[in-house]
Design a protein around this ligand. Sequence first.
Ligand SMILES: [Zn+2]
Length: 334
Amino acid sequence: MLLADAESQLRDLLDIRIRLTGKRSRLVELKKSIGQIDESDRSAFAQAVQALERDIVSALETGEARLTERINELKIERERLDVTIPGRRPRTGHLHPITILRQKIEDIFVSMGYAIEDDREIETDYYNFDALNIPDGHPARESQDTFYTTDGFALRSQTSTVQIRAMERRGVPLRVIAPGRVFRRDTPDMTHVPMFHQIEGLCVDKGITMAHLKGTVTEWLKRLFGEDTVTRFRPSYFPFTEPSAEFDFSCFVCHGSGTSNGDRCRPCKGSGWIELGGSGMVHPNVLRAVGVDPTVYSGFAFGFGLERMAALMYNIDDIRHMFENDVRFLKQFK
Ligand SMILES: [Zn+2]
């Protein structure tokens, strides 16, 4: 029996008591009528009425007592706490695959003596373009590529802006990496999203050459993917580096062979190489913009996107999954 049922039955029983024994009940009518009974029958009639009243009252009291007892039992039952039942295990959170990868890379660079820098995501035209040697009229300044906020301000389209801020704040020599979000006017599809993450690296000192760039990029990729990782640099063009190079590394699945388990290797599409990012020697104009003499100091910079790298490493076929925050997707990564 449920507590609510028992309580409802007790209320019904109190109604019945009023109906059977109350002022307007049949029983009270009978008691009032005793005086009108013939004297010869009156005593027997009165005894019969009293016996009837005793039976009714006793039956009602027994019922009430039983119900009250049951209600008390049910209340104790309801409030009882079984301390031996095991607790419900709280759901543990997981780091986002982008965070996992970013932290791994940060650890590698910190161990190589780099500081981690971060800065604002809305930048002025000066930090977005001018200081990075991107001239007026350059396609990167077009509003179909860049998210302009108010006049003269835009969401940064690359973490290179942090290079300028870091050199202004820390001076040279310096070694920093800048992980952060960047924004581009792209229509989302399997391989493009309008907001993604980049890591930018910058090293400026006396006597820094392209060899330091190649050595550094190769070293951190070896630490991430294994000692047999090979890198290659292909000449390219960026306004803020001269000379500039794109860099690739040997595929971490097929180790450069292009085949895995007899099939065309998926991450490198059978080429054996994975294209990762851009790099180069910091353009003298960029150094001049922060008051560093390019005849005394030189530096290298490199940058790459995290989403594409994470997609390859974790076998994610559509990078949009990384922004949907579906727990079923996220909890696969530890
Ligand atoms: Zn491969």
